[in-house]
Design a protein around this ligand. Structure first.
Ligand code: ZN
Length: 59
């Protein structure tokens, strides 16, 4: 089963979980949780997220 959930687009109200800047990317974890990142932190965490097989989505 590979249900692809349609997630709402990021809006100006969505903030990076690390620094509070406007979120530009969403990381969906294998556990089902998700994290929001600004452009800076999306790059910083990209390799870590890939190690965890998280799905990094840019809106
Ligand atoms: Zn950030």
């Amino acid at each position: 089963m590979s249900a692809t959930l349609t997630r709402p687009k990021l809006t100006a109200a969505d903030r990076c979980d690390r620094c509070g800047a406007a979120a530009q990317a969403r990381a969906v974890l294998r556990t089902g949780g998700e994290l929001l990142f600004c452009g800076h932190h999306a790059r910083e965490y990209k390799s870590k997220l890939q190690e965890q097989e998280a799905d990094l989505q840019h809106d």
